[in-house]
Design a protein. Structure first.
Length: 112
């Protein structure tokens, strides 16, 4: 008679748990590689110029510019738009995309 006990311990191969860990690590590595490939600042094969602006218009604004291998970062000082000065003229964007500057105080009419 071959009766099996319900609580009989199973003999597991310890190498199976190692194989499962390797599978998990491969999935994590693939996800990291995809993330790096999609990020234009991290892509080592990209030779194009990339500009990233974080927190635009806020005092914590930061501009990151990547030109080939060189990466430059600029942080806002919080003094944007402040200082002493006066209006010097008016600039108009034309329908063809060009910009015309008219100095203040000139007798020239606004462009049409």
């Amino acid at each position: 008679m071959g009766l099996k006990l319900l609580h009989e311990p199973e003999t597991e191969d310890p190498i199976l748990s190692v194989v499962n860990l390797i599978d998990i690590f491969l999935v994590v590595i693939a996800a990291l590689l995809i993330t790096i490939a999609k990020n234009p600042l991290m892509n080592p094969f990209s030779r194009q110029e990339v500009t990233v602006i974080s927190d635009p218009g806020k005092p914590t604004m930061e501009v990151t510019i990547k030109k080939g291998e060189k990466v430059e970062r600029y942080k806002a000082s919080g003094a944007i738009g402040s200082g002493d000065g006066e209006k010097a003229g008016v600039a108009y964007r034309m329908k063809d995309g060009s910009i015309v500057y008219v100095p203040e105080g000139s007798d020239a009419p606004a462009p049409r």
